[in-house]
Design a protein around this ligand. Structure first.
Ligand code: NAD
Ligand code: DAU
Length: 360
């Protein structure tokens, strides 16, 4: 048995961008005890959890979600009240160049985790069984690409276009089937593009900030007119907690910030913020570093979320506007250049052993 006072929850992918934001939020509240299950791929960074690493309610365990035996052992050890499943390969460009890891983690990994959770849940009784939740964290990309108008609702049909979104769509379908066929108490969320502190600098916003201040070019795919609907990561984390704690079983929820922007608008806004906060020494604007590069193959044109269900039924709404969230984010990257340097240099892989000695 866990030596945590109950209740504990498993968070998979907790060393990633969104998972670490969720863990920082939950540990700050002191209400849950968190077991962070993460394989620590290139995207897993325990330095993002430095503020909670020594908290008595937090435990990290380096496990691949494809490892059934390790998962079974962990369920037996901690008897969690639920699972919030974020572990995934998450970057679309990587999925185009090498889809194998996406099939393995996003599909086989979700299958393995579902089976481990089901075996554990079947042996529960009473309120522990009734209240158990398997919360699958997914993406709006499973719905495909929108034209100039319209919004994704929870009723949208699936039309994934990239290897990443196809693998996430497959995992969504597995979760749905495990509820429908076996009665596993699942809930699911599909969210739009996140941005904020601690995001790996391969994604648009942190990449552009890093390249701009490093004097590198700002590569815009195609014409830069693709549209994404941006949400600050802490707003996503708050929505995840609400759904995990309050959603009825079997429900799905769309989460988005109602912040549709073309990629060019995003990059121009970033450049304007950087021109204000850390001007170039030659007096030129960072916009002069923009270049157009070849488009992403199969590039989805537009995503936009109708988040009215979660607003109406669970009372969630984002705290940040795009203006406040982006300025907060730019300031964070300027003030935490060491975090980015450690990622770029690979030093983040040694952060835990350097600061705390080896641990599991
Ligand atoms: P991320 O790439 O930053 O983090 C993923 C984490 O999962 C990493 O810590 C990694 O080490 C871990 N992981 C990968 N494979 C694993 C495995 N086999 N076993 C255990 N751990 C493994 O991703 P993110 O941006 O934080 O996204 C988290 C989740 O949210 C993903 O499921 C993603 O599909 C979804 N999502 C992301 C966004 C976004 O804009 N970033 C939007 C909507 C949904
Ligand atoms: O919509 C949710 C999804 O958002 C999540 O499910 C994914 O995990 C997450 O990575 C994100 O996917 P995108 O492909 O939208 O994000 P990315 O940051 O890679 O790209 C955002 C947009 O910017 C996209 O239209 C491609 C473009 N882009 C991206 C990069 C890295 C560029 O123009 N230049 C770039 O260098």
């Amino acid at each position: 048995m866990s030596n945590f006072p109950a209740p504990s929850i498993f968070i998979t992918g907790g060393a990633g961008f969104i998972g670490s934001a969720l863990i920082r939020l939950l540990i700050g509240q002191g209400k849950w005890h968190i077991v962070n299950i993460d394989k620590l791929t290139y995207a897993g960074n325990l330095e993002s959890l430095a503020s909670v690493a020594d908290h008595p309610n937090y435990r990290f365990t380096q496990i691949d979600i494809c490892n059934r035996a390790a998962l079974d052992k962990l369920f037996a050890e901690h008897s969690p009240a639920g699972v919030i499943h974020l572990a995934a390969e998450s970057h679309v460009d990587r999925s185009i160049h090498g889809p194998g890891d996406f099939i393995q983690t996003n599909i086989n990994g979700t299958f393995t985790l579902l089976e481990a959770a089901r075996a554990y849940w079947l042996n529960l009784t009473g309120s522990a069984k009734d209240n158990f939740r398997f919360h699958h964290v997914s993406t709006d990309e499973v719905f495909g690409s929108l034209g100039d108008t319209g919004l994704f609702t929870e009723e949208n049909s699936y039309q994934p276009n990239s290897p990443y979104s196809a693998s996430k769509a497959a995992s969504d379908h597995l979760v749905r089937a495990w509820h429908h066929t076996y009665g596993l108490p699942t809930v699911m969320t599909n969210c739009s593009n996140n941005y904020g502190p601690f995001q790996f600098p391969e994604k648009l916003i942190p990449l552009m900030i890093h390249n701009a201040i490093s004097g590198k070019s700002l590569p815009i795919y195609g014409l830069g007119d693709n549209v994404r609907d941006w949400l600050e990561v802490d707003d996503h984390a708050r929505a995840l907690q609400l759904v995990f704690e309050q959603s009825a079983v079997g429900e799905t929820w769309n989460i988005g910030g109602n912040n549709e922007k073309t990629n060019l608008q995003v990059v121009d806004t970033l450049c304007a913020l950087l021109d204000k906060l850390q001007p170039r020494t030659d007096g030129l604007s960072y916009t002069t570093q923009k270049i157009n590069v070849a488009d992403r193959p199969g590039h989805d044109k537009r995503y936009a979320i109708d988040a009215s269900k979660i607003q109406r039924e669970l009372g969630w709404k984002p705290v940040e506007t795009f203006a406040t969230g982006l300025e907060k984010t730019v300031r964070w990257y300027l003030e935490n250049s060491q975090w980015v340097s450690n990622v770029i240099s690979g030093e983040y892989r040694h952060w835990v052993s350097k600061n705390y000695g080896e641990r599991s």
